[in-house]
Write a protein that binds this ligand. Structure first.
Ligand code: HEC
Length: 390
């Protein structure tokens, strides 16, 4: 961890963002209450960030088959890794037994067997969409930070989002970061917090670049404009196909989803690195409108929000996605997506349910979360993490 100040918690006198101290997806989905007394919390924070490939990319069965076919020719290169971080209120909510007026009367939402059992026991008399786990506590927060690998010395090359047009990416349908034509040279020797500019000729020479990038033009930015964490050996190895990335190199925060349960359907905001407003793309998010109190490196992250599927009851669908996540070929129409349409579809299907809702195939109109499609399924309060437990 570098000493970059960010507000939040203080560990051994170093200020760190509060979410870096929260349980990750593995810890958060384990039962935390001891059998001897409910007040004792059993989870321990690990010292290692459990970075992994986003499961989101492999959700669809069809996408999995396609991904395998695509990778048969070339060895896999992992460009981005994610974790999920949940605040303590989320973890306690997820651990609280759910008391309901049917079946065995009390259910846990942790573990596949428990959640399947819960979905199966919902009486058929409940209307579609009314079958749902109980809501999370209003103070619950869930996050999904996404990292790109940089060398901790010298310069490294990182793709820079410039949108979905053919001048910006070699793949206009699924513009994943490794297809972006503009790249930024990040200088680990320069800790200034401003100073992004067009790179000088050949400045990219000698910089570390992951294999397979499509960079055609270059910008330059000091590392002080990026939030970075030191990688452990395990995390460095998880960037498969990048053998030059070692323990002590940097996981650079490229992007992050943040949800809070302040409203029934949660608040949805996503952030991704754009550096300086003079180069940003302004779609799907923007650096505009930041509070003046927001310091570096956080002021380098563009944001968009989607508190509902649309602005006006369906007339204008809300477009908000993260260029590092929702551009994946595992997601249909991700570059037209919004958070609420996809997460509102999160469900566990009761046994025998045919064609339960999955990812939306498009975002042309509102999804009716009480529609007949939701017959036989139990909604999981917008959480794919709860729905997708293995
Ligand atoms: C096409 C579907 C889809 C879209 C669109 C989508 N997500 Fe997700 N999201 C998922 C899935 C599936 C997961 C489960 C975990 C994983 O990817 O490994 C997830 C996980 C998350 C998590 C971790 C906690 C949880 O609920 O599982 C957060 C936070 C999150 N997404 C926020 C957002 C935000 C904010 C947006 C919009 C900017 C968004 N998501 C758009 C499918 C989607």
């Amino acid at each position: 961890m570098t000493g970059i100040s960010s507000g939040g918690a203080t560990i051994a006198e170093i200020e760190v963002p509060i979410w870096t101290t929260w349980p990750d997806q593995t810890q958060a989905l384990k039962p935390i209450f001891s059998k001897s007394g409910a007040s004792e919390l059993l989870f321990e924070l690990s010292q290692e960030t459990a970075m992994r490939r986003p499961k989101q990319f492999k959700h669809l069965k069809k996408a999995e088959v396609k991904a395998k076919a695509d990778t048969a020719a070339a060895p896999e290169i992992v460009y981005t890794l994610e974790t999920e971080r949940f605040n303590r209120t989320w973890v306690i909510s997820a651990n609280t037994p759910q008391i309901v007026p049917f079946g065995q009367g009390i259910y846990s939402i942790l573990g596949k067997a428990n959640i399947d059992n819960y979905a199966n026991d919902f009486p058929a008399s409940y209307s579609p969409g009314a079958k749902a786990i109980l809501d999370f506590d209003a103070r619950a927060i869930e996050t999904k930070p996404v990292y790109y690998a940089l060398k901790s010395k010298g310069t490294s090359i990182m793709p820079y989002w410039q949108g979905t047009s053919s001048s910006a990416t070699t793949n206009t349908t699924n513009p994943v970061p490794e297809t972006w034509k503009t790249c930024v040279i990040i200088d680990a020797e320069n800790t200034a917090t401003t100073g992004m500019r067009v790179a000088t000729a050949n400045e990219q020479n000698g910089a570390y670049a992951a294999p397979g990038l499509q960079c055609a033009s270059y910008l330059y930015a000091p590392i002080g404009m990026v939030f970075v964490q030191s990688l452990t050996a395990l995390e460095a190895a998880a960037f498969e196909g990048q053998p030059d990335i070692k323990a002590g190199d940097f996981g650079a925060l490229m992007a992050m989803h943040v949800n809070s349960k302040e409203t029934d359907s949660w608040t949805w905001q996503t952030f991704y690195w754009q550096g300086d407003p003079s180069f940003e793309t302004n779609s799907p998010g923007s650096l505009e409108g930041q509070p003046s109190s927001l310091g570096a490196p956080w002021s380098s992250y563009a944001m968009c929000t989607a508190y509902d599927q649309s602005y006006d009851r369906g007339a204008t669908m809300n477009l908000c996605y993260n260029p590092y996540l929702e551009t994946s070929p595992g997601i249909p129409d991700g570059i037209q997506s919004n958070c609420v349409s996809c997460h509102g579809s999160a469900n566990v299907a009761a046994q025998g349910t045919e064609n339960p809702p999955s990812y939306p195939s498009n975002y042309d109109k509102l999804i009716d979360f009480g529609g007949s499609e939701f017959k036989g399924v139990m909604k999981t309060d917008f959480s794919w993490t709860i729905a997708d437990q293995q």
